[in-house]
Unconditional design. Structure first.
Length: 478
């Protein structure tokens, strides 16, 4: 299909005959485009009519993406009115800039710039020249980046949410094992896609429009500010010594990024992902984050992988359902339990108590990396309560966080053997990690509390320094 549209002199987008609630919408967009190039937009426009026009089925379907991506000239036609594709995009940009068609008033239009981004660049595309022996592709960007932009669009067959993007992808679908094959189940295709993007080291289980993913990774940064216009401009505060704080311009994604979202890198993945905390797991907002460079193509985030330690365990959910924007903010697993199948799978993954507690510990450690100590302490309290239930012990345990976030120190200082054993068995736990206020180690806290069993566990690791001094020069055993 991409070949056909790339050979066309122009692609005509027919939006149908005029109806009452959309009458005059295309004319208003045309005037807005003209005003954008002259003195600015001051006259009244019918925003509701324009909104209803942009909600027409053509703007929602996945296959139209390839149509406009391949075209070298796009014309939009509604009733008897025609407008050049570039002017159409210019008019919409003018309406957004003047707040006549803001995302606050019309949140359903947040995904529109990913489509207009392709339409307005039609005139820049070269003429079709490839030979019949070559696999034809527009090579706009990687498949992962295209999926991030367009996976919320409609398709009668869910497989088309992947296959419709192959003609625009710079990746070879055969090498990726993603060539069109309508005999395989959608879930199998979804799992293949996840492994292609994140690497084969991750565990993935697809259930309908959602994929549950488990893998090792590390935290790079956190979004400290977000500005949405025709793209997404974000400031990222570094949370890793292997990364520096930076500003990124991102293409519009199917799910909008938010302040507080987390930038992480999974072991085996080529590019970072942007994720959001949701109860005891994280949802994937952008699976392959790539900043736009000055030419408008996708760049490569600079990550010094040689200095990274993939010590955190991530439980992720990638949800392709077209959810309302406000529902994406909820950090409550209950808001997601409407899908019984997925919830049951999560329960199987997390278990009733011990595995659930482990998941909470993992979230707490990640929150610690983000320096969100208050939230981390809350999760640690909950995890310990679940350990107590698992071991059927009536053990009064009080976490104290005023000395800085040192989870092992907390459990060691209170003599809670099961939690100490669990933490020592996990990757990424330093048994000699000092707290941030007094520079005391877990062994120091255990000895002060008289917890000999815990002190023995720590010493048996062979990784603790009995001569480590705290901020006032004391060692653990003196």
């Amino acid at each position: 299909m991409a070949i056909i549209y790339s050979k066309a002199h122009r692609v005509l987008v027919w939006l149908g005959e005029t109806v009452g609630n959309v009458d005059g919408a295309l004319e208003d967009i045309q005037r807005a485009a003209y005003k954008e190039s002259t003195e600015g937009l001051n006259e009244k426009v019918n925003e509701e009519a324009i909104f209803h026009l942009l909600q027409r089925e053509w703007f929602q379907r996945i296959w139209v993406v390839q149509e406009v991506a391949a075209a070298r000239h796009v014309v939009i036609k509604y009733g008897s009115t025609e407008i050049d594709g570039y002017a159409f995009c210019l008019g919409l940009k003018s309406l957004r800039t003047s707040q006549r068609l803001s995302y606050t008033s019309f949140p359903a239009l947040r995904s529109l710039p990913s489509l207009t981004y392709l339409i307005e660049r039609a005139g820049l595309r070269p003429k079709y020249t490839t030979s019949s022996q070559e696999r034809y592709s527009l090579k706009i960007s990687s498949l992962a980046e295209l999926v991030d932009m367009f996976h919320s669009r409609q398709a009668s067959n869910p497989r088309d949410k992947v296959y419709a993007l192959l003609g625009m992808s710079s990746d070879d679908p055969i090498k990726a094992g993603l060539q069109p094959d309508y005999t395989i189940l959608w879930e199998e295709l979804f799992e293949r896609l996840v492994r292609f993007v994140l690497g084969t080291a991750v565990f993935v289980k697809a259930i309908g429009a959602k994929a549950v993913i488990k893998g090792k990774g590390c935290i790079l940064g956190q979004l400290s500010s977000v500005r949405t216009d025709n793209g997404q401009s974000v400031n990222i505060t570094s949370k890793s010594t292997a990364w520096t704080s930076r500003d990124w311009s991102l293409q519009v994604s199917a799910k909008s990024v938010r302040r507080g979202d987390v930038v992480c890198l999974l072991e085996g993945a080529l590019k970072p992902a942007i994720i959001r905390l949701c109860g005891d797991y994280f949802t994937i907002v952008v699976i392959s984050a790539s900043p736009l460079n000055e030419s408008g193509s996708f760049g490569q985030p600079e990550v010094s992988k040689s200095t990274l330690h993939f010590s955190r365990d991530f439980l992720l959910v990638w949800d392709w359902e077209d959810l309302p924007e406000d529902s994406q903010d909820q950090e409550d697993i209950g808001s997601w339990e409407k899908n019984i199948q997925v919830h049951q799978h999560l329960k199987a993954e997390l278990g009733d108590h011990m595995d659930k507690a482990t998941s909470i510990w993992n979230v707490a450690l990640i929150l610690g990396d983000l320096k969100e100590y208050g939230k981390a302490e809350e999760r640690l309290r909950e995890a310990i309560e679940r350990y107590e239930i698992t071991n059927r012990e009536e053990y009064k345990y009080i976490l104290k966080g005023q000395y800085g976030l040192t989870p092992l120190s907390w459990v060691a200082g209170n003599g809670y053997d099961p939690a100490v054993k669990l933490l020592l068995a996990k990757d990424g736990i330093d048994p000699d990690l000092q707290d941030s206020q007094y520079s005391r180690t877990p062994l120091s806290w255990a000895v002060e509390g008289g917890h000999e069993a815990v002190a023995k566990l720590l010493l048996e690791t062979g990784k603790v320094d009995v001569d480590a001094k705290d901020s006032i020069g004391r060692t653990p055993l003196l």
